[in-house]
Design a protein around this ligand. Sequence first.
Ligand SMILES: *Cc1c(COP(=O)(O)O)cnc(C)c1O
Length: 501
Amino acid sequence: MSTEPLIFTLGAPGRRAATMPSWDIPERPLSDLLPAEALRQDLAPLPEVSEIEIVRHYTHLAQRNFSVDSGFYPLGSCTMKYNPKLNEDMASLPGFARIHPLQDPATVPGAIQLMYELEEMLAEISGMERVTLQPAAGAHGEITGLMIIKAYHAHRGEGHRNIVLIPDGAHGTNPASATLADFEIREVRSDGRGGVDLDHLREMLDDRVAALMMTNPNTLGVFDEHIVEIARMVHERGGQLYYDGANANAILGLARPGDMGFDVVHFNLHKTCSTPHGGGGPGAGPIGVASHLVPFLPGPLPALEQGEYVMRDAGPHSIGRVRANHGNFLVLVRAYTYLRFNGPDGLRQVSENAILNANYVMHALKDLYYLPFDRTCMHEFVLSASRFKADYGVTATDIAKRILDFGIHAPTNYFPLIVQEAIMIEPTETETREQLDTFIAVMRQIAEEARTDPAYLKGAPYTTPVGRLDLTLAARKPRLRWEPNQEPLMPAKPVPVGHSH
Ligand SMILES: *Cc1c(COP(=O)(O)O)cnc(C)c1O
């Protein structure tokens, strides 16, 4: 340990934030409990602070965060929609929140009923036969689905199928999951309308293909109207069709992957069903499968037998458990609440509004920003800053950074890879017309700034607690720890909207 004394900016010796009750058990020397070498010799150098100091400290830190509760968050593909507080109320009911993961299922039939009914709703929404709730994220659902497809082919004596086809606009988790599931990946080109290039697909299909993984609508936010033909082509050659359903908020009650011909579907409950996410979790990525794949599902599975909710073994062909216990159960409670609260008509309206909002914003911006795939979008759309880059040297990053100055989270940038300088925008259904109009005005102002004052955009953001970071260093060598005597990260002076200088 360094001998330099730590200098804390808060507190003073002797201050306390909490008063502990006195012992009501006999005190034992610590050396009875821990080996001597594990005991420290001096007191830890910790700040000594009063309650108000510590509360303000953490509140100020929290205020530097951006969240969907504090502002508009049009992050394409990763659907940051409002998380209704009703979901939180239900997830904090003691009957749900205090179940121990290892509790005997016979003592918690209500929890099993909730999982059973959630499975049924997801099966209905997706047009699948059965669902497993175990996977803890979309990517986890992908690898689970691919393991099921692998087990299915092996069971039919077609274990040689080792190729997974993936369109070039796919989410990065698709190729990553296929690689982890020990498949080879082949990329399928998009056509001029942003859908799968059927001729290229036909060329790639042979009897080594295990599956085609697709998102529909895809990451461009466009619906592939050839999907029935694509499904026919893949099935004819003995392949399976995997649906990346992270974007299911575009199709709820409007279209079902099962009806399009998909064999496996994953959901992102933390996107579609409004459960909070970010920072890596917790999430839930249930998958649904068509009837021929049901025997391979992970288990155990909730079941209703003679009026009782029980957990049942998944049978001899199951790929086995993919997660400890019962998945992220409280995320499932939130998703269940969301689905029941909206009901079938409400869910359809969710998707209709998501589509309407995306098209509204797209139409209001496409005269100033280049829209490479100019067609009716679903829940999101992808603009390109390529013309700003060519004309004024302004990149998608510069635009994204400037958006932050207006208290709005940046859209997804540089994804999908098939669009240069991509700006991917998903307003979601929960935003008001006024909020959408504000965002449109901000984007139009930034387009004007790109033309008249590109250098200003290069310096953005100006109003955030931390200015523009070195993107590579921030990712590779993040400074996550407080360091003694470092400059406090105080907000820079706010720059009024519509600056003049
Ligand atoms: C978010 C997303 C995923 C991955 O989901 P995670 O829960 O982050 O693992 C996969 N595909 C698409 C299209 C997504 O948007």
